[in-house]
Design a binder for this molecule. Structure first.
Ligand code: AMP
Length: 290
């Protein structure tokens, strides 16, 4: 497929979208824009979102932006993997029309002082260990929604808390964007794809599929009738102990509806884990119906 248009400024993005919407107006039918926000270093997980966006929209915009405001002090902002040429190629292969790749200074004016905070999600899952992270995510996604005015935006279930928060934010602020959450794409050995997997040493990579193995054990236990979240958590921890290079950040069982921790499993839940291998933090989750 054709290479996507590379757009580096907000102004160019706005005019491209205005032009395309105007061109389609005489046809008298809706013109739908699908947005796929990413930090680049694309893998099959990102591409699955873009493929879905391609099917459901007239124009697909993918953003490639390593957003500085969602990284904490000492996190991997500087060394986050970046490979624009490869990303453009892959995005073109799945039919992305335009890639928005701004510099940080283009997105954040020196006087920037407006932030989007989604309350009530600050004390568990990834929010506990990454203060300020979701504020950065919610702010950049709001800005991207404002720039692209998409009909739909695509996120991965891999980042379950992020997807939940964006959906909540879009509803609370009447942003008029349908938030589409797509399934987790995995390597053949079960490891959830992530741009950060490239950081893993061969030994760490060998142990990393333990996360998914542990989650599958949790899933099997719940499906077999276990309703005590403490027991399920202990099961996950016992499997994770088989990966001695990993340090567990959290194991939580939360409701699928609002991601609140539960003691007793009823209805649909998400079992979520975060494990550090050296400086690399991996996350994964499964949704299970009791
Ligand atoms: P990132 O570039 O890591 O910020 O991810 C951009 C989008 O891709 C987010 O909505 C992620 O949830 C989604 N994503 C990342 N990894 C996967 C995966 N393995 N499967 C499905 N979606 C993913």
């Amino acid at each position: 497929m054709a290479a996507p248009l590379l757009v580096k400024t907000k102004r160019a993005l706005r005019s491209l979208l205005a032009e395309r919407r105007m061109e389609s107006a005489p046809r008298g039918r809706p013109f739908d824009v699908g947005l796929v926000p990413t930090m680049g270093c694309l893998h099959e997980g990102h591409l699955s979102l873009a493929r879905r966006a391609r099917v459901e929209n007239d124009l697909v915009v993918m953003s490639l932006f390593v957003n500085p405001t969602q990284f904490g002090v000492g996190e991997d902002f500087d060394r986050y993997p970046r490979d624009l040429d490869r990303d453009l190629h892959l995005a073109g292969d799945v039919g992305v029309d335009a890639v928005f790749h701004p510099l940080p200074g283009e997105m954040y004016d020196p006087g920037h002082c407006t932030w989007v905070d989604v309350e009530g999600l600050t004390d568990h899952l990834c929010a506990a260990g990454r203060p300020g992270h979701f504020r950065g995510v919610a702010t950049i996604v709001t800005k991207l929604f404002g720039l692209c005015r998409p009909e739909r935006a695509y996120f991965g279930q891999k980042d379950a808390q992020q997807a939940f928060l964006i959906r909540r934010m879009a509803a609370d602020l009447d942003l008029g964007v349908e938030v589409v959450v797509c399934p987790i794409v995995r390597d053949p050995d079960g490891l959830a794809m992530s741009s950060r997997n490239v950081y893993l040493t061969p030994a760490e990579r060998g142990q990393a599929p333990t996360l998914y193995r542990a989650l599958r054990e949790a899933e099997a236990a719940i499906e077999a009738g276990e309703r005590d979240a403490g027991v399920v958590t202990a099961t996950v921890l016992s499997v994770l102990a088989e990966a001695p290079l990993g340090r567990v950040d959290y194991v939580e069982v939360v409701t699928a509806e609002d991601l609140q921790p539960v003691d007793v499993i009823l209805g649909e839940v998400v079992v979520a884990v975060a494990v550090r291998f050296g400086a690399t933090r991996l996350i994964d989750n499964v949704m299970v119906k009791a």
